[in-house]
Design a protein around this ligand. Structure first.
Ligand code: APR
Length: 312
């Protein structure tokens, strides 16, 4: 099989860590591109010099030139600024729209058949922008958020129950913001829904911590935002695509009426494989969870309206 090529745009904390995880897992050769001269090249050299010890044959190349990204199979977009304490993801919108818009134009030009995974925040709005700017079909443009939010939720569930994280499956729907929707009835320990294992009060506390999981880390780091779990979540999506595994992962995808949400990017479970986002799975939700999801979608719509005015 021909070697696969993944481009990671933005060689900062999320991008460089994602690149490292991809080569260490030997999923593909990686092009790491950034606007800062020398930095992606330096990080790529450093990573290649860990190959002997880590034992990977995948290649990573740093660059500032989009020509080097040509014909990528998958492109992970992490370019942009990260939030600082007190900022919401939405506060990044104007700056990151300029950055992501420019990046996507270049990527679409050099890799017209690529699958785009957006990581830059505010996630749902940036994914919509990437869809518009690329002109790609919606199955090839989606965002990483649900895997991360669900992974945080899973961690808090395992912590509360003192059980192995390996037995926890967790589900978080909606936009990647304060109104995201952790769904306890679809979150299980080896198939047992967590409402059978934890009190309603404990679950509400875990849900609340999940919603603000990113902000908790921003407040501690003070100079940037989370990157270990975000990069691992993005790479889980890259892996599902490259291995054509049809894993069902919650991702920010374009909805055409599913869950009563029309023509909007929002987080729902979807099968990921070689053609990108496949079938959206429609869970049977309680009235309260469905309402919460639609409220979250409404918040995403407001942000996209704001963004449409900015990029008009
Ligand atoms: N083209 C390419 N890279 C760019 C561009 C551009 N036009 N503009 C900025 N960058 C690069 C920066 O030079 C920097 O190296 O994007 C990188 C961002 O890295 P960090 O500042 O370390 O931010 P990070 O923590 O990686 O977060 C990146 O992901 O999780 C989201 O909210 C987060 O939007 C943020 C993004």
């Amino acid at each position: 099989m021909a070697k696969r090529k993944v481009t990671v745009v933005g060689a900062g904390f999320v991008g460089a860590t994602a690149a490292q995880r991809i080569v260490e897992k030997q999923l593909a050769d990686v092009i790491l591109i950034d606007i800062v001269e020398g930095m992606p090249q330096g990080k790529a050299l450093d990573m290649m010099q860990s190959a002997a010890t880590e034992g990977f044959d995948a290649q990573i190349t740093g660059t500032n030139a989009y020509a080097d990204t040509a014909n990528s199979d998958v492109v992970v977009i992490t370019a942009g600024i990260a939030r600082k304490p007190g900022m919401s993801r939405d506060d990044l919108i104007a700056t990151n729209a300029k950055i992501v818009g420019g990046v996507v134009e270049q990527i679409a030009r050099y890799s017209p058949n690529a699958i785009l995974i957006v990581v830059s925040n505010p996630l749902d709005a940036m994914t919509w922008l990437a869809y518009k700017k690329s002109g790609f079909p919606a199955n090839r443009v989606f965002g990483m958020a649900g895997v991360l939010d669900s992974s945080r939720y899973a961690r808090f569930i395992a912590e509360a129950l003192n059980c192995s994280i390996k037995d926890v499956r967790a589900m978080v729907l909606g936009g990647h913001g304060d109104s995201m929707v952790p769904v306890p009835h679809y979150s299980t320990v080896n198939g047992i829904p967590i409402p059978q294992l934890l009190s309603a009060e404990k679950i509400e506390a875990i849900n609340a911590r999940t919603r603000t999981g990113g902000a908790e880390i921003v407040a501690l780091l003070k100079t940037g935002s989370a990157y270990y779990a975000p990069s691992s979540s993005a790479v889980a999506m890259v892996e599902a695509i490259l291995l054509d595994s049809n894993r069902v992962l919650p991702c920010c995808v374009y909805l055409k009426g599913e869950y009563g949400i029309q023509d909007l990017y929002c987080g729902v479970p979807v099968a990921l494989g070689k053609n990108g986002a496949g079938k959206v799975l429609e869970l049977e939700l309680s009235d309260a969870d469905l309402k919460a999801l639609q409220k979250s979608a409404h918040d995403v719509q407001e942000l996209i309206d704001q963004l449409s005015a900015l990029v008009a």
